[in-house]
Design a protein. Structure first.
Length: 354
C-alpha cells in the first residue's frame, strides 16, 4: 500500500475485525477468525482506491465478542481522529453481528459534522468472491462525499446507505445484510452513479461520552408464550440497573412480568419496553393485566421505533451518564419517534440528486 501524506486531506479507516478481516484458521479446525490487519483489508481494493486513506488498527475481533466497553473504545477513537482537521471522514470496518449496536452508540455521541461510515462483509476475505472490497469502496466514497456531511453515523452495505438509528441486521448470510424496515435506506452507492443521498435531517444534540466507562448492568429479557418472571428476577438479583423487555406485538407481555416490572421500577430500576416485531412502533394500547397500558402504569418506558438491540445501547449509555428516569423517558420519546418528512422504505426519488 502506498503511504499517504498525513498533511493532506484523507479518510481514516478504523479497523476492528469482523468477517471483512476473517480467514479460515489452520489451527482452528477450519473455523473462520478475524486475522487481517486494516492495511490488508484495504489492500483488497487492489489499486482502485479513489481517496487517500490512513489506517488505524483498533483491534481484531468478531463483533459477537464485543462488550459495551469495546464499543465505547471505538467511539473514543472516532473522536480522537476527528481532532485532526485534515480528516474528511471516518470509516469503521466492523463485524455484522453487532454493527447495529456500535454504529448507534457512535451516532448517539457523534459531535462533528463530518461523516462516520460503518461497513463490513458477509463473506470472509478468503472467499472465492468476497463482498468486503465493494462494501469498503462504497464506505470510503461516502465518507469522502461532501453530501454526507451532517448525516451523523451511516452504514454503507451492499450498495445501500442507512442511518445508524433504526438499523437492523435482516439476514444471517445474504449479501444485503442490513435494513431499516420502518424508514428504508437514505441513499445508494454505485460505481456508475456514485453517492446519492437524501438531504440530511436535523439531528438531536449529541450525548456525551462518559468520563469513565464504569460497569452498569443492563439486561435484555424476552417475553414469549408461557414466560414467567424467573429471568427478570434473575437480572434484578444480578444487579441490573436497567432492563429492556423484548415484548410481543405492539409491546405486550403477561401478568407475572408486569408485576415484577412494577416492583423493579419502584426500586429505581429503569425498564424499557421494545418488541420482537421487525417494524412499527411500540405503543401502550392493550390492557387485561399484561398489555402495553399495564406496562406503562407499572413504570416501563416505550421504545418507539427502537428495537431491543439499540434500546439496550441507549439505556446503557444514559445510565452510565447518571440520567434520571424522566430524562431517559424523554430521550426514548425523541429518538424512537419517526421523522415526519421521510417517506417509508423508498429511495426512488434519489436518482439524479447529489
Amino acid at each position: 500500500m502506498t503511504p499517504i501524506d498525513p498533511a493532506s486531506p484523507h479518510v481514516v479507516l478504523l479497523a476492528t475485525g469482523g468477517t471483512i478481516s476473517s480467514r479460515a484458521s489452520n489451527g482452528g479446525g477450519g473455523a473462520t477468525v478475524a486475522s487481517d490487519t486494516g492495511e490488508q483489508v484495504l489492500a483488497g481494493l487492489a489499486g482502485s482506491l479513489m481517496y487517500p486513506v490512513r489506517v488505524i488498527d483498533v483491534f481484531r475481533k468478531g463483533s459477537y465478542l464485543l462488550t459495551f466497553e469495546d464499543m465505547y473504545g471505538i467511539c473514543v477513537k472516532i473522536r480522537e481522529v476527528l481532532n485532526d482537521p485534515l480528516v474528511v471522514g471516518v470509516v469503521v470496518t466492523h463485524g455484522t453481528d453487532t454493527m447495529e449496536e456500535t454504529a448507534f452508540l457512535a451516532d448517539l455521541t457523534h459531535n462533528d459534522s463530518r461523516p462516520v461510515v460503518f461497513t463490513g462483509a458477509q463473506r470472509s476475505a478468503d472467499a472465492d468472491d468476497p463482498d468486503g472490497p465493494d462494501n469498503l469502496a462504497g464506505a470510503i466514497a461516502v465518507a469522502s462525499a461532501p453530501s454526507a456531511a451532517g448525516h451523523g453515523v451511516l452504514v454503507c452495505f451492499a450498495g445501500e446507505i442507512y442511518n445508524a438509528c433504526g438499523l437492523r441486521k435482516i439476514h444471517t448470510s445474504d449479501l444485503r445484510a442490513f435494513g431499516d424496515p420502518d424508514l428504508g435506506p437514505i441513499g445508494t452507492f454505485s460505481q456508475a452513479e456514485g453517492v446519492l443521498l437524501r438531504e440530511a435531517r436535523p439531528r438531536m444534540a449529541p450525548l456525551p461520552l462518559p468520563d469513565e466507562r464504569g460497569q452498569v448492568r443492563v439486561d435484555l429479557v424476552a417475553a414469549y408464550p408461557g414466560a414467567d418472571e424467573t429471568h427478570l428476577r434473575a437480572s434484578l438479583t444480578a444487579g441490573a440497573k436497567g432492563v429492556v423487555l423484548q415484548a410481543t406485538g405492539i409491546g405486550n407481555v403477561n401478568v407475572p412480568l408486569v408485576e415484577v416490572v412494577a416492583e423493579a421500577t419502584a426500586a429505581g430500576v429503569v425498564v424499557v419496553t421494545s418488541t420482537r416485531v421487525q417494524a412499527g412502533p411500540v405503543k401502550a394500547v392493550y390492557g387485561a393485566g399484561g398489555g402495553g397500558r399495564d406496562l406503562l402504569a407499572a413504570g416501563a418506558i416505550p421504545s418507539g421505533l427502537l428495537r431491543p438491540s439499540q434500546s439496550l445501547i441507549l439505556l446503557a449509555l444514559l445510565l452510565r451518564l447518571g440520567w434520571t428516569r424522566q430524562d431517559i423517558a424523554g430521550q426514548f420519546a425523541s429518538r424512537g419517534s419517526a421523522p415526519q418528512d421521510v417517506p417509508v422504505a423508498s429511495i426512488n426519488h434519489l436518482k439524479g440528486t447529489s
